[in-house]
Ligand binder design. Sequence first.
Ligand SMILES: Nc1nc2c(c(=O)[nH]1)N[C@H]1C(S)=C(S)[C@@H](COP(=O)(O)OP(=O)(O)OC[C@H]3O[C@@H](n4cnc5c(=O)[nH]c(N)nc54)[C@H](O)[C@@H]3O)O[C@H]1N2
Ligand SMILES: Nc1nc2c(c(=O)[nH]1)N[C@H]1C(S)=C(S)[C@@H](COP(=O)(O)OP(=O)(O)OC[C@H]3O[C@@H](n4cnc5c(=O)[nH]c(N)nc54)[C@H](O)[C@@H]3O)O[C@H]1N2
Ligand SMILES: [Mo]
Length: 767
Amino acid sequence: MTQRDAKSDGLDHDPASHPAGGIGAVTSSLRHLAKEETLIRGGRALLAMNQVTGFDCPGCAWPEGKERSHAEFCENGAKALAHEATTLKADASVFARLTVPELMRLDDHDLEGLGRLTEPLFRAAGSDKFRPITWDDAFKLTADALRSLPNPDRAVFYTSGRTSNEAAFLWQLLARRLGTNNLPDCANLCHESSGIALTMTVGAGKGSVQLEDFEHTDAIFVIGQNPGTNHPRMLTSIMNARRRGAEVVVINPLRERGLESFVHPQETLNSLLDRGTEMSTVYLRPLPGSDVAVLKGIMKWVLEADRSQGGGVLDHFFIQTMTSGIEALIADLDATSFDEIEEASSVTRSELKLAADVYVRSRATIICWAMGLTQHRNAIDNVIACSNLAMLKGNIGKPGSGLLPVRGHSNVQGDRTVGITNRPRTVLLDGLKRVFKFSPPREVGLDTLEAIAAMENDKVDVFLAMGGNLAQAAPDQLRTHAALRRPRLGVHIATKPNRTHLVGGQSTLLLPCLARSERDINVLGEQFVTVEDSMSFVHMSKGVLSPASPELLSEVTIAARLGAATFPSDPNIPWMTLACDYAVLRNTIEATLPYLDHYDQRTKAGGFYIQNSASKREWKTVLGRAEFHATPTPKIVLRPGELRLMTIRSHDQYNTTVYGRNDRYRGIHGRRNVLFMNGTDMDDRHLMPGDEVIVTSTDERDMVRTQTGLQVVRYDIPRGACASYFPESNVLIPLESASAVSNQPVSKMVPVLVTRTTSSKPMTHTA
Ligand SMILES: Nc1nc2c(c(=O)[nH]1)N[C@H]1C(S)=C(S)[C@@H](COP(=O)(O)OP(=O)(O)OC[C@H]3O[C@@H](n4cnc5c(=O)[nH]c(N)nc54)[C@H](O)[C@@H]3O)O[C@H]1N2
Ligand SMILES: Nc1nc2c(c(=O)[nH]1)N[C@H]1C(S)=C(S)[C@@H](COP(=O)(O)OP(=O)(O)OC[C@H]3O[C@@H](n4cnc5c(=O)[nH]c(N)nc54)[C@H](O)[C@@H]3O)O[C@H]1N2
Ligand SMILES: [Mo]
């Protein structure tokens, strides 16, 4: 992209050529802290973030490492903190002033921008205003609703992945004591496919990499992931590996700046003129949805190298002694032609060879991925293909290697560990039965998409959400909003107001909680919670700021008081004892789950890893061996003129929380209503930069969904692909468009037509 192109966009689109990180990251963080008027409150907290005795960053799940002696600076971590440490308050006076329809007119940015929730609020059915309610009345109202259900499966307990292990454990205990496994969570929209595929291939649904592995690796594959924005501290690990001479292969339709070059913000002042560390050695840019083809192409070259080098490339000992299915994989690779692979992916065989050469040279390789692989119809195959590639050279369970689904929310992995799932394992249910003396339900519960469908069909009376913003995070916003309105009662535990609170339930309770960065002090003194990062390291998180309001309760207390109100005479679950002393609660979690022994002690001693069986080369699969599986090359059939839309995150948002309207690394300033397009695709449709377009998607039943008001940006993106921002573009994704088996919304491959609206006669183009 040249400067001239940028200007001619008619938009303030300046795809700067500076490296990621650097001084820009520092100034941007300070701006966000200042904007939220939190320079002092936030500045102090920044020093305690990700320290051994401080609190876990409320941003991403990238690990802090064992020696957290220096604050690891992260621009987007600072934004997350500024956002929750804001001094603005969405208190009862705000809700007395604004009706629900008026609040609905605010966009996501302005809605959360009202500030922190400060007291419990209730909106009665038929009323358009939230009014204060006492905590006692709020708990009683919820307990009455839960106890009067004709069937416990008419309740749904959603969880977003920020919730601590302690709160999450009580939350699932409440659901299961009630008698339901309806525990959908944000992981259903995020890494569900990774968990399922890895369980199939290596018998453990989590990553098998630790931070130290980045110090020993020869090669890192970063697939479908934008760490410069979403896991900024990962860039430090990649940068250090690059400086040691490790190679990096990126597979991503977009050139993401953080994967091209990077200056560590803490080195900024020494290196203002630094052009940054070159981050990638090979950068492949496939069409969205074609990663299986790309990975098969790479594996074909690896196989060929092994054949021509007399078997010196693959780890034949590993394959023979520990795996099954290699014959089927090789047969499939041989039967797949490079023509077919090039056609599916638009990556050439010679480019694929460059990536394969890196892999062949490397003695230890880490393969990382995120939403670019999991939010597809064939998401499971994408992850299996990563697993196949790793296993060909025994890249699992040896130093410097492994498979790493890079998690999203800071505790989404921990929540799963302590029982947030609609598909509980027997070991959890048996543990609950042993410790709490009730028979938990054994049937599979509803996942997120199923829960929305159940609400749509009036099968849910009470919807409870521990955090999150399902109304915006889920696909098909219009239908999702309508579905969320149907339950008799919505109960939302949250830090800030969002759209889910406005549409969630015929009547709605809004229960404000402490944020991560805030001190949690109860009758027994100061408490801390625990979280687990993307690399299975469990550690403490202890807030340092005074709470935004004296009325706030911790998530642990809220879950426990809901439990106590709903089951007041259950002698086997001492809800309030558990909620007063979190050490007792951790001991109880330990008694329930076999993999958290000495939980409280080890946390106090600095934290611990939950050993992953696959990283020990123990394969808890059906066959007791690591499994290769052949994966079909995707054949995506589009209607004439359709493009493949990816819905992605900007640099200034945290999921549905929009911090600002810039996307600095992509050169977008002051707006989010953009559609990134390839120049030739624009020419084909007679589109100029800045033209306003309607984007439409047509589902299998020929129902058309539209998003209006997007402005075209000429961008370096493969022909046939386009991109826009989540959550706004969720209006285009049908609820039924989901991955096979994992049932994740297909958010990265939405077939769309793009039509100009500024022309007098709207037209649909054919490419
Ligand atoms: N600051 C910040 N941090 C966050 C978040 C946030 O919103 N803001 N969200 C958190 C959460 S919950 C999550 S899950 C993670 C998300 O982290 P990411 O997965 O990095 O987030 P996305 O923006 O969805 O980016 C997906 C990337 O995949 C690429 N991509 C899209 N389709 C394809 C494809 O078909 N193939 C390939 N190879 N690439 C593709 C896109 O170009 C983009 O670079 O980040 C977490 N951290
Ligand atoms: N089209 C499209 N859709 C997507 C995605 C995509 O890439 N494209 N990504 C998907 C992914 S990966 C995910 S994880 C989901 C995210 O889905 P969710 O986890 O449901 O959504 P968030 O936006 O993270 O939730 C934000 C809200 O959480 C509340 N909150 C913040 N901090 C706390 C806290 O400490 N405690 C409590 N109780 N509440 C808190 C605030 O009220 C805030 O409004 O979205 C998914 N949806
Ligand atoms: Mo996520």
